[in-house]
Design a protein around this ligand. Structure first.
Ligand SMILES: *Cc1c(COP(=O)(O)O)cnc(C)c1O
Length: 384
């Protein structure tokens, strides 16, 4: 039976019969050294050199124009949407197959999410489904996109699910035709490329996350990426209580957020970023082992889309049926191997149950049958 074979494979790969989590961080580089450095210097909080250094290193790595570090990925998304001009009463189109943070950030601004289907191959927002929705329910007047209900459609948020890049170039084209801002929720996809370009650098504004379960972690943390200096300055200002720089005076020129990443978290981030290429190599090797293990079985291993180079943040398989999925999850967890279903679709949650939506055929099909399987980096330095 393939499930038992998979259990054996995972236990052999991680060299344990004890509990195996879905995704655990690894601290085997300069993490201790840099974090201790912030303690020794007393600069643990919102002022400190590691924040600037982490931002610089992320721009060097992703080739984004600018990066602004935040307390978490949700704060980065909230700020990105705010700076994209999303206001109360607006509509923001996104995928139903996402983590709740995407929709929470939209809601913080008094806007409402609209759910459109995902691609079967990318698991991210489908450009054709987006186009179909816009053509059926929306129209452009004076370079402004309106829904038939009168609300303004201000932005689209695409999420690169499990690190696999969505069809970002096609999505960008559709958004341009309808005068809609595109925001990338790249929380899961740091290091993933589409046609050689980093996810998070296609849209006007993007958000990364460095939560404990992401490809690299700062404990808690996030980052806004953008390509324009003006937007970057606005992002920095609005995430630091809109304080005018001054040696001792407190002057704030607008209502703003306290969203800046503390130095102690950025120190961890600097050390983790040094390991990122190794992690991705390791994760891609594991994905390839999973793929060979499951080849010609009834479990379909989710592979990177055409044209993409994925960080394979979280590995996934698609089961033949919902019943099979439930049995697989029960069986693997009983064996001490953590697996879980994908997030419940956003339109099934109480706060979004009345949200507008298009057909969600692929989303529903995936939500019924997809299972995430262990994906932690292991053995970065050879045998332990
Ligand atoms: C992790 C994640 C976020 C942001 O999470 P934080 O915990 O706030 O850093 C946002 N969107 C998606 C899709 C995520 O996976």
């Amino acid at each position: 039976m393939i499930i038992n074979q998979l259990i054996n494979f995972i236990q052999e790969y991680y060299r344990t019969k004890d509990f195996i989590p879905l995704h655990a961080p690894v601290f085997e580089g300069n993490e201790r050294k840099y974090v201790l450095d912030t303690l020794d210097s007393t600069f643990v909080s919102s002022v400190g050199a590691y924040v600037d250094e982490f931002e610089k290193k992320i721009t060097d790595y992703t080739k984004a124009g600018y990066a602004i570090a935040t307390v978490n990925g949700t704060a980065a998304l909230h700020t990105a949407l705010y700076l994209s001009g999303v206001k109360a009463g607006d509509l923001v189109i996104t995928q139903a197959l996402t983590f709740v943070a995407t929709c929470n950030a939209i809601s913080y601004l008094g806007a409402a999410p609209v759910f459109v289907d995902v691609n079967r191959e990318t698991l991210g927002l489908c450009p054709q489904a987006l186009l179909n929705y816009l053509e059926e329910y929306c129209e452009v007047r004076d370079q402004v996109c309106y829904h038939k209900n009168g609300a303004r459609v201000r932005a689209v948020v695409v999420m690169h699910t499990f690190g696999h890049p969505a069809k970002i170039i096609e999505l960008k084209k559709v958004c341009e035709c309808f005068y809609i801002e595109l925001v990338e929720d790249a929380a899961e996809s740091l290091g993933s490329l589409y046609k050689g370009q980093h996810t998070g650098t296609f849209a006007t504004m993007s958000a990364l996350s460095f939560n404990g379960n992401k490809v690299i972690t700062t404990g808690g943390g996030g980052m806004i990426l953008c390509n324009e200096e003006g937007a970057a300055n606005r992002a920095k200002h609005i995430t630091t209580t809109a304080k005018q720089p001054h040696p001792y005076e407190f002057y704030h020129d607008e209502i703003a957020f306290n969203y800046r990443m503390p130095n102690i978290n950025a120190a961890l981030g600097c050390a983790q970023l040094e390991q990122l290429n190794g992690y991705i190599k390791n994760k891609r090797a594991l994905a390839s082992l999973y793929q060979s293990e499951l080849i010609s079985s009834e479990l379909e291993f989710v592979v990177e889309p055409l044209g993409a180079h994925s960080n394979y943040w979280l590995n996934a398989v698609i089961c033949p049926s919902k019943q099979y999925r439930d049995e697989m999850i029960a069986h693997t967890n009983q064996a001490g191997i953590m697996t879980r279903p994908v997030w419940q679709l956003m339109h099934t949650l109480p706060m979004f149950k009345n949200a507008l939506r298009g057909p969600l055929v692929n989303s529903i099909n995936l939500a019924d049958r997809l299972v995430n399987i262990p994906s932690s980096v292991f053995d970065v330095r050879g045998l332990k």
